[in-house]
Write a protein that binds this ligand. Structure first.
Ligand code: SF4
Length: 332
C-alpha cells in the first residue's frame, strides 16, 4: 500500500479549488443573493411539483425517493416510489423483507445494487443502538446518515431536508448546472465548475429554514428551464445570470459524454440475467440451473463473470449448480 503523503504537487489544486470558491462567493452580494432567492422561490411557487416525499416529513420516504432518483427520470421515480412504499411502508417492513422480494419489487428500476443498499440500510437502522444501529429509525445526524450503505451527500441532504426539516443543500447534476452557470458563468458546469465552488455557492444561497422549498426549486429549475440546452428566454434568473450573455452571444454548452451504447453492453447482459432470476422467483420462488441460465448467451464467459459479480454484490446466490435471486436462505 502506498502511504498518503502531502506533496507540493497537491497544493496548487487545493489552492485553485479554494480560489475558485472564493471568487464565486465574491460575486454573491447580499442584494444579488436576495434577488436570486426571490426569483427562484417565486418560480417554484407557480411551478411546484407535488411529489409525496417532499411534504410527507418521513425520512424513510425521502430516502427511498433519493435512492430511486439516482440516474433515473422523475416520472419513473414516482412510479418506483409508489410501488416500493406499497410493498414496504416503513423502514421496519423493509428490514424484515426477504432479499429476493426486495429485488423483485425493485424490478427494472435501475442498477439493483441500490435496492440492496436500501435493504442493508433498513436492517442497520432497525438494530438496537447498543449494537451499532439506530433503534428503529433513520438517523438525523449528517455523519450517521453518510455512514449508511449507499448514502452519499445528496441522499443525506434529501433525508435531512424532506424527512427532518433541516437546512442542508442538496446538490445533484441539475443543481450543479444551474449554480455553475448562474454564478460562475460556466456553460457546462459538470466539467468546468469546481466542486468546491458549487458547494460554497449552494451553502451561501440556501435560505435558512426554507430548504424543503429551496432544494426542490433548484433541482426542478435545472430539469425544466436551465436544461443542458437552456431556455434563457423564459428564465426567471436571466437578469442576474453570469452565463446568460455567453449564451445570448451564440456560445453553446458542449454535451457531457453520454453513457456507452446499451446494446451488447455489460449493463444489458446484467439486466437480462437479473430478469431471468426475477422471472424464476416470481414463478415459484425458486432458482434456475446455472447451465440453463448461461446457455442462451452469445458470450458465456462474460455471463459467468457478470454472474459472479451479482453474487459478490448480494444480488444473487449460487450453490450446487443452481442460481437464485437475492441471498440464499434455508430451503432454497
Ligand atoms: S439565463 Fe439561461 S443559463 Fe442562466 S440560469 Fe437561466 S436558463 Fe440557465
Amino acid at each position: 500500500m502506498t502511504p498518503r503523503t502531502s506533496t507540493p504537487a497537491t497544493k496548487p489544486a487545493t489552492s485553485d479549488a479554494a480560489r475558485a470558491a472564493a471568487d464565486a462567493l465574491a460575486t454573491l452580494t447580499p442584494r444579488r443573493v436576495a434577488q436570486i432567492r426571490r426569483s427562484l422561490l417565486g418560480w417554484y411557487e407557480a411551478n411546484e411539483s407535488p411529489f409525496p416525499w417532499r411534504t410527507a416529513r418521513d425520512p424513510y420516504s425521502a430516502l427511498v425517493a433519493a435512492v430511486a432518483a439516482q440516474q433515473t427520470q422523475m416520472s419513473r421515480v414516482i412510479e418506483i416510489h409508489e410501488r416500493w412504499m406499497r410493498a414496504f411502508p416503513t423502514v421496519g417492513d423493509l428490514a424484515r423483507a426477504d432479499r429476493a422480494e426486495v429485488l423483485r419489487v425493485w424490478g427494472r428500476a435501475g442498477y439493483p445494487r441500490r435496492a440492496v443498499a436500501l435493504h442493508e440500510t433498513a436492517i442497520r437502522c432497525m438494530r438496537p443502538i447498543e449494537d451499532g444501529g439506530h433503534g428503529g429509525a433513520l438517523p438525523r445526524d449528517p455523519a450517521a446518515l453518510l455512514a449508511l450503505p449507499g448514502v452519499g451527500p445528496f441522499t443525506a441532504a434529501i433525508v435531512r431536508t424532506f424527512g427532518w426539516g433541516d437546512d442542508a443543500p442538496a446538490v445533484d447534476t441539475n443543481v450543479v448546472r444551474v449554480l455553475g452557470r448562474l454564478v460562475c458563468g460556466d456553460l457546462q458546469p459538470a466539467r468546468e465548475t469546481s466542486p468546491a465552488a458549487v458547494e460554497a455557492i449552494a451553502a451561501r444561497l440556501l435560505p435558512r429554514g426554507q430548504a424543503a422549498r429551496w432544494n426542490p426549486a433548484l433541482m426542478d429549475y435545472g430539469g425544466r428551464v436551465c436544461l443542458p440546452r437552456p431556455r434563457c428566454g423564459e428564465c426567471a434568473l436571466a437578469s442576474t445570470c453570469a452565463a446568460r450573455p455567453r449564451f445570448a452571444a451564440g456560445e453553446v454548452a458542449e454535451p457531457v459524454r453520454a453513457q456507452g451504447a446499451w446494446a451488447g453492453s455489460d449493463r444489458q447482459l446484467r439486466g437480462a440475467l437479473m430478469q431471468a432470476l426475477r422471472d424464476a422467483h416470481a414463478e415459484d420462488g425458486a432458482s434456475v440451473s446455472e447451465r440453463t441460465l448461461l446457455a442462451g448467451l452469445d458470450d458465456v464467459e462474460r455471463g459467468r463473470r457478470l454472474l459472479a459479480a451479482l453474487v459478490a454484490n448480494g444480488l444473487a446466490w449460487r450453490a450446487r449448480g443452481r442460481v437464485g435471486l437475492g441471498t440464499r436462505s434455508a430451503g432454497k
